[in-house]
Design a protein around this ligand. Structure first.
Ligand SMILES: [Zn+2]
Length: 379
C-alpha cells in the first residue's frame, strides 16, 4: 500500500491517473511506500526514518526530506528540465521532463541530468529501505498552466512545433510511476495499477488490447468538399473519427455532421468563433452558441476541443456551466492520460483528455513527406 502523507489534489489526481491504490495520512504500519509531500514535524520525521530503516520506501522532493535524512543538504536552484539517464532505471518510457520550477540541487544525486548539468535525482538505499528524492515538488510543477512554443525532435527537415503546455505532465507522471514501481520492487512487490487502455482481461488473464489509437479532426475552416473527402477516407480505412465542429464556419453543413453521427462517428464541438477568451462571459457565450446550434441539428455534444488547444480556468468554468463532460487542450497537457484539472482549489467537473499536439498540418510545415502508408488492420 502507498501512503500520500498530506492531502493534495495534484498528487491524488496523478495517482488516480495511474490507477494505483493509495491512502492519505500519517499512518505508517503496513505502508510499503511513503510519498512525503510536505516537511514533517520532527517527531514524525523520526518515525518516517525508522520506517525506512526497517524496509520502507520513501518518495519525496529533496526539500521535504531534510528532516528525515539529516545528512541531506539540498540547494535551491531553478530547474527548467531533466533529461533521462543513470541508474536505477527511473526513466523507463520517460523523455525530457519540462519542469520550469524552483527546484533543488541534490548533492550525491545519481539519476537524470538537469539543465544546469548536475545529476537530478537521488536514489539510495537507507537501512533496509530505499529513498528516491526528486529535485522538484510535483504539485508545484503540475500547477503551472502556462504555455509556450515547443519543438518536438523528429526525423523531419525541420522540427515540428506548436504552442503547448510549458511543463510535461505526462513525463512527470511516468517518472513518478517508475519511482513507485522501483520502490515496490525493492520490497519484491508488484506495481499494481489499472490498465490505461479499455477492455477487460481475456480468459488467459492477459489484456487483449495493448494500446488504442484515436484520430481527431478539428474542422476549422475546411470547405465542404474537404470534409466529405475526410469522411470518405474514414470509410475507406474502416475507422470512425472524432470530429470537432467549428460551428461559425460549418453551420450550413450540420446536415453532413448529423449524417456522420448516424453512421457512428463521434461529433463534438470546436467553437462558434475560432478563439479562446481570457474571461468567463465571452467563453460561455461562444460555446453556448455552438452547443445550441448543434442541439438544434439533432447532435448533443458532450466534449469540446478549444481553438488552438488553448486552455484557461475561465474557459474551464464556462465548459462546466454548459455541462460538458470533457475537453482537450494541449496548452494545458499533452501526451498524458486523462485527468481533472485543479481549478479554484478543487477538481474540475470537466475531464481533460490530453492528445499528442503535432497534427498533420504541423508535419507538413516541418516538410515531412509521407514515405509509406502503413496497413490499417483495425477494420
Ligand atoms: Zn481550430
Amino acid at each position: 500500500m502507498i501512503t500520500l502523507w498530506d492531502e493534495d489534489l495534484y498528487w491524488s489526481e496523478l495517482l488516480r491517473q495511474e490507477g494505483v491504490s493509495f491512502r492519505s495520512g500519517s499512518r505508517l504500519s503496513g505502508r510499503d511506500v511513503v510519498i512525503l509531500n510536505c516537511e514533517p514535524a520532527e517527531l514524525y520525521a523520526q518515525r518516517i526514518w525508522q520506517h525506512i530503516e526497517s524496509g520502507g520506501g520513501l518518495l519525496a522532493a529533496g526539500a521535504d526530506a531534510v528532516e528525515v535524512l539529516l545528512e541531506l543538504t539540498p540547494v535551491a536552484r531553478r530547474l527548467r528540465w531533466i533529461t533521462p539517464g543513470g541508474d536505477p532505471p527511473l526513466f523507463r518510457n520517460v523523455g525530457i521532463v519540462d519542469t520550469e520550477t524552483r527546484g533543488t540541487f541534490l548533492p550525491g544525486a545519481n539519476a537524470g541530468v538537469t539543465d544546469s548539468r548536475a545529476k537530478a535525482i537521488l536514489a539510495t538505499p537507507a537501512g533496509r529501505g530505499f529513498c528516491i528524492l526528486l529535485p522538484f515538488e510535483v504539485p508545484r510543477v503540475l500547477s503551472n498552466a502556462a504555455s509556450g512554443p515547443k519543438q518536438f525532435p523528429a526525423e523531419t527537415p525541420r522540427f515540428p512545433y506548436d504552442t503547448v503546455a510549458r511543463v510535461s505532465r505526462g513525463e512527470v507522471r511516468r517518472l513518478v510511476a517508475n519511482c513507485l514501481r522501483f520502490l515496490l520492487g525493492h520490497k519484491d512487490l508488484p506495481y499494481v495499477h489499472l490498465a490505461a487502455v479499455p477492455g477487460g482481461l481475456s480468459p488467459h488473464g492477459d489484456c487483449p488490447q495493448n494500446s488504442t489509437f484515436a484520430f481527431r479532426v478539428d474542422t476549422d475552416f475546411g470547405p465542404r468538399r474537404d470534409l466529405e473527402a475526410v469522411a470518405r477516407l474514414a470509410d475507406r480505412v474502416g475507422m470512425k473519427f472524432s470530429w470537432y465542429v467549428n460551428i461559425g464556419a460549418h453551420r450550413a453543413h450540420l446536415d453532413l455532421f448529423a449524417d456522420l453521427a448516424r453512421q457512428g462517428h463521434d461529433i463534438q464541438l470546436h467553437c462558434m468563433r475560432h478563439t479562446v477568451y481570457p474571461d468567463y462571459k465571452r467563453n460561455l457565450e461562444n460555446f453556448r452558441q455552438g452547443k445550441d446550434a448543434m442541439v438544434e441539428a439533432g447532435i448533443v455534444p458532450v466534449g469540446v476541443v478549444a481553438p488552438f488547444g488553448e486552455w484557461n480556468p475561465n474557459l474551464n468554468r464556462a465548459l462546466e456551466e454548459l455541462g460538458f463532460e470533457y475537453s482537450s487542450e494541449f496548452c494545458l497537457a499533452y501526451d498524458d492520460l486523462p485527468f481533472r484539472p485543479v481549478v479554484d482549489g478543487r477538481l474540475s467537473k470537466v475531464l481533460q483528455v490530453p492528445v499528442h499536439p503535432i497534427c498533420l498540418g504541423r508535419l507538413v510545415a516541418a516538410r515531412q513527406v509521407a514515405r509509406r502508408w502503413l496497413p490499417i488492420s483495425a477494420r
